[in-house]
Every structure is written in C-alpha cells, then in structure tokens.
Design a protein around this ligand. Structure first.
Ligand SMILES: *Cc1c(COP(=O)(O)O)cnc(C)c1O
Length: 382
C-alpha cells in the first residue's frame, strides 16, 4: 500500500474514526499518476497551455483534492460546468487560477460569477446580452469566453449568429473576450469532420484577436499540432482514461476501486444466488459476498458477467449486482484468501478503469462520475 497523504472530506469518514471502515469501499486516487499524465499531455502540446477539465467533481475523483494538486503542478486554467462547481473550486484554488464555466452564466448567476472571479463561456445571444447587461449595471468590463459551434450541435453560437453579432458590433466590442473555443465532435479521429471543424474555427478566430484559442479536449492532443492552439482542455487524459488508440500514449492508471468481503458461504448443486435466483449452482461452490453495489455506482450490467480480483486472482461475479452487495465465485481460491475483511479489487492493475467500463458497456468517465459518496476517496502518492 503506498503512503496515504490525505483523505477527502466525506461524511462517511466518521465511520473510520470508530473503526468501521472495513465494511466500505474505497476509490484510491494516485496523485503521482495524475502528475505523470499531466506532464505527458503538456509534452504532447509543448506550445500550448494544458488546462484541466474538473467538472463533475473532477470526473468523480474529487475536485477539492485533485484541482489544487494540478495547480501545484503549474496548471493555470480550470474548466467546470456552472457557478456552483466554480464557487466550490474557487475556494480551493489560488486566486490567480482561471476558472471557466462551460455552461456560461445562467440568468441570475452573473453577480455570483463576478464575485467569485469565474469566467463564463458565453454560448448564445441570450447569455451574451445578459452578461453585457450585468457589465453595464456594474460599470465594469468583465472578461468572458465565447464558444462557437463548429459541428457538434450542442453548445455555442451558431456560426452565422456569431458573424451577425460581430458585424453589428452588438456590444461585443465592449467585452474583453479572453477565450475563444469550440469542441470537436470526433476528436478521436483525424477525419473530414475534424478538419472541417478546424477550418471553421480558424476562419472565425480573427474575430477575437485578443483571445486565447482552444479547440481540443484530450483526444484532440493526438489529432495533430494544428489542433492545439493556445490552450488544451484535458480531463480524461489527465485522469488516466485512454482517449485515443495512440500507441505512444499509455496513460498512468490513476484510479483504483476496492471493497471488502463481508462473508463467505458454501452452496450445493441446485441452489441459486441473488435476486430472482439468476445464477443456478451447478456444482459445490463457495461464494463471497462483498460490500459494493449499484448504490455506489457499481454497474448493474456486471451481474453474471463482470470479474473482480482477490489477491491478484480473477474471480467471476455471480448473480445480480444488488444495491449494496455483489456475490463472487471464489470456489477456486484458497479459503484463507476469502476471510471476512479481505480486499476485493474492482479497478486495479489487472483490470483498469477502461477494462471495467468496457465490460459494463460504459465509458471510463461515465463509470467514475457515477461512483457515489458512500465510497470514500483516498489520495495516495506512489
Ligand atoms: C468535458 C469536456 C472536455 C474534456 O474532455 P476529455 O475528453 O475528458 O478531455 C473538454 N472540452 C469540453 C467542452 C468538455 O465539455
């Protein structure tokens, strides 16, 4: 076990104080691996700044702990979704760190954004007008970003609307635009679509001569240096999720997930395991019951399909995943390996977050953002 360097604030930690921690599961976040990945992302785009996307509590890893660590590594640009995430992040980051809100400023949140020094990335005419109104009210030219939609059809100004606003001046000249960005639809592939988005973005960038330009997420790092511009927005790349089939980029594994065996039982031919008796026992077997379930975000699709590791040995999940428990076939493991309290590894060197996610037909970040707060976070430095 590597050195423990801290535990994220979590109400369930009170249980640890009374010696009950063994019945819970733990997500272990390796800060050294985050550092290695962050440096790799930087090295892949040496002429750009590497910003960190820490929305959704840093993809479930815990933004309060991960973001200050990235700031300590030199990261100066952070992306969240909205004011609530931004305010929480502002509390833990140096005042010099730039915090951008990808959803822009929703009506009524402009003052809070200003007071916490958050930068809205304006996505629409409504958001732009509301922000300019707020600026006039406060008699200050408050900086913001602009997002243009070049082909994802999700967030951002449609291209013609951006032209109209720029031509009519529409107040845009009053606004210090510090970031001009777009998002690639198929960053994993350097295809026609990506090149079309690149060309559209490049052609529009002259509208914002003073802005930093940003087009690429983690996968865009591999699309070629012409996609990099001034600022990369990396989430998955930093957190160790494979983002491209690039053989040169093997991310260091950041996340581990483990739980514990609560009890073990022997079953005879003809018995069945779990709700709806979905697994029928065909021969004498031993089954361990462990303390994680779908309430912790462990995917229900892994019932009768997924695997766990106990002391480095692979063991199948049998029966359905229930709310707080899974059942594991440990017939082939020595009894001394399956005593109550034994660690069960769900994400580990033998089964990466990507492996577990694809077994569950999920994305890695879909899996980690779903891991609940009952699962404590432990930060280590290997
Ligand atoms: C989530 C997000 C990112 C980060 O994407 P990764 O693939 O995790 O690097 C970048 N840009 C935008 C607009 C996003 O929403």
């Amino acid at each position: 076990m590597p050195d423990t360097i801290g535990i994220e604030a979590n109400p369930y930690h009170k249980l640890a104080d009374v010696g009950c921690e063994t019945s819970r599961s733990t997500m272990i976040v390796d800060l050294s691996a985050i550092e290695a990945n962050y440096r790799k992302c930087q090295a892949l785009a040496p002429h750009s700044a590497c910003g960190a996307v820490v929305k959704a509590d840093a993809y479930g890893l815990g933004a309060a702990r991960v973001a200050p660590f990235l700031a300590y590594l030199g990261c100066a640009h952070f992306f969240v979704t909205d004011v609530a995430e931004g305010i929480a992040l502002r509390d833990v980051l140096p005042s010099s760190a730039k915090i951008y809100m990808l959803h822009g400023a929703m009506p009524g949140t402009e003052l809070a954004a200003e007071q916490h020094n958050l930068l809205p990335i304006l996505n629409s005419r409504e958001q732009l007008e509301a922000w300019l109104r707020h600026c006039r009210l406060r008699n200050r030219a408050l900086p913001a970003g602009i997002h243009v939609d070049t082909g994802l059809s999700r967030l951002g100004f449609p291209i013609d609307e951006l032209h109209t606003i720029a031509e009519n001046k529409g107040g845009l000249s009053e606004l210090p635009v510090v970031l001009f960005m777009s998002q690639l639809a198929c960053a994993e592939w350097r295809n026609e679509i990506s090149l079309q988005q690149l060309n559209r973005f490049r052609r529009l960038s002259h509208l914002f001569p003073n802005a930093s330009l940003s087009l690429s997420n983690s996968a865009g790092l591999f699309a070629g240096c012409e996609f990099h511009f001034d600022l990369i927005r990396s989430g998955g790349g930093i957190f160790g999720f494979s983002t491209a089939d690039d053989p040169d980029f093997k991310p260091a594994q950041v996340v581990r997930l483990r739980t514990q065996i609560i009890q073990c039982r022997k079953l005879e031919h003809g018995e069945a395991i779990g709700y709806l008796r979905s697994y029928t026992v065909k021969k004498r077997m031993r089954v361990a019951t462990a303390a994680i379930g779908y309430a912790d975000g462990f995917p229900r699709t892994l019932g009768n399909r997924g695997h766990v590791f106990i002391c480095g040995s692979r063991a199948p999940i049998v029966g359905f995943v229930s709310m707080d428990l899974i059942t594991i076939d440990v017939t082939n493991l020595p009894e001394s390996w399956t005593l109550p309290g034994t660690v069960v590894d769900l994400i580990c060197p033998e089964q990466t977050v990507g492996d577990l996610a694809s077994a569950a037909k999920m994305l890695s970040d879909e899996l980690t953002t779903g891991i609940g707060q009952r699962c404590r976070r432990l930060y280590v430095s290997s």
